[in-house]
Design a protein around this ligand. Sequence first.
Ligand SMILES: [Zn+2]
Length: 328
Amino acid sequence: MSHTALINEQLPWHSACQEQLYSYIDNERIPHALILSGQEGVGKLLLAQQISHLLLCDSPNDRQACGLCYACKLIEAETHPDLIVINPEEEGKTISIDRIRSLEQTLTLKPHYAKQRIVLINPAHKLNRNAANALLKTLEEPGENNLFLLITDQLESLPATICSRCQTILVPKPTRNDACNWLKLRLPNKDISRLISIASGSPFKALELSESGVEKDYELLESIWAELVTGKTDPVIATSKIEKVHLQHIIEWTTRWVIQLIQVQFDPDKDQREINASLKDSQGELDLRKLFSLLDQLLQAKKLLGSSVNRQLMVEAIFISWSNIKPN
Ligand SMILES: [Zn+2]
């Protein structure tokens, strides 16, 4: 589903952020640079697009773009000259300095059509170091009519110098109920609760994952985790069984489970719907210190994703730690 189809949709978990953004607009005090930060799949891009459309539309109505004017038509056709979108050229790649240099040239000119020009950088943490330095110079002298919208789910990876030049808005995760209700309308025949768990509570990510048939991978990993902790399989065999599952998913899902298991140790009354069903029986017998150590290991592994890691060794090491998670 394209975001264009959702452009006028008001998501309940966005309302506080939207109010903040609308108040900037109503008072004509929009910061020249905003960071929209939040977990992957909570709709940060949609929010950025909604604000961009509202600002560029010729006759906005009730805080929404009209969808009918010339500006709205240009936006819909992705040809509005005053809405500049900067993405990595290929998925997984960084944003290069060339992209920011060509932006600098454009910014010296007045906006073509609108009063304002919007530069949407997504994801901003993909700016490479040189590109980030170049952008910093631009943010120091952004020009009167330019608004920068930086989107990221890894705020900690953005240089502090860039963050200090921007106003950061945290886009929250929806409640589980809001996420399920939103997704149910779009995927009436799916196991919504499971999809939301797979996507760590992010509805847009759940929507994307449902199209990739990833639920089977999740089930496989769930069963392997239960087998490992009960000693029914060993880490080497388990690693070979899971060869086809995306490494990023293995890391993400297991990190999520470990965090949930840690939370339950501190608060046994916590909502347990998200916890891997097959782990529920053993959660009382886990070693908290080892859980924290496994969490560290997973966070380190996450940092290495995308570099040339030895997948087999990484997964085996995680499985070894997990299979020893009970107290000695
Ligand atoms: Zn319009």
